[in-house]
Design a protein around this ligand. Sequence first.
Ligand code: C2E
Ligand code: CA
Ligand code: CA
Length: 277
Amino acid sequence: HQSKINKHKHCVSFIKKFADELLYEMNLSNQMQNGILQKQFSLAFQPKVNSHKNKLIGVEVLLRWQMKNGQSISPAVFIPIAEKNGFIIELGNWIIHSTLNQIREWLDNYIPVVPVSVNVSAIQFRQPQFIDYLFMQLDFYQIPGELLEIELTEGVLMQDIEGIISVLKKIRERGVSVSIDDFGTGYSSLSYLPLLPVDSLKIDKAFMHQIHINRDNQKIVQTIVNLANNFNLTIIAEGVETALELSETQRCGITNVQGYFYSHPLSNKHLIKDWLH
Ligand code: C2E
Ligand code: CA
Ligand code: CA
């Protein structure tokens, strides 16, 4: 009898947890639109560094959401929700326009700029209007394509490969470069790699974690480096946190890195002060 009661309790708590999560998601989902109107979203910038020259080579834009109660929510939480409820299109457009607006402001103030990478969700990228919006905004802010890079995850590139290739070609003709994000974590078919007009591979931070100790990660990273070299792709490692991880990353043949070792994502003010000069 007792075990039956326990089972019942367990079931109730499971349903409650599920309901709580659903409510939380619905609540966030409802607050996104307001978030844009009330300027709760902002851009953070994380330096990408040539680790041999200690030189800034680019920055990645990472979205931040601070709600009106002061609470910050991780993009790892709200981006998937925005992808589910469709808001990612409006949010993604906001990110592109805000990024280009920021680059324009730097240029107008004679701040020495570096290429800026923006994460583009698969759902946004697959919209036929995506490229029109991107080009229209580049024109509007008069930003050379060379100052922009888009980061796409492997998953984006797997469906409708012909269509994807033609969009990528147009993007690169405009000077905008393309990077495959989180490389090694998805289930992409390697046979697609030579077909894809992309510039670089970004190795996911999971493989950099304790790389000086983890032999399996070392082997995976070395293999990705070989792959990139054979296909003339540049390579960058994300999530490099310590000096030990950095030196092992360099030993694996990687020069360009991003991660807490060099810098956390920064506000515009801090980026200018510490990096853009
Ligand atoms: P991602 O594109 O793989 O971005 C890297 C994440 O790793 C960022 O988390 C960054 O802050 C974090 N990171 C950077 N260096 C280190 C490090 O040394 N150690 C560790 N442990 N983490 C590090 P964040 O900002 O929380 O973003 C999480 C994910 O949310 C991103 O992963 C990306 O998938 C998504 N995201 C963020 N901003 C945007 C955006 O503007 N648009 C879209 N579509 N997705 C975004
Ligand atoms: Ca990224
Ligand atoms: Ca990643």
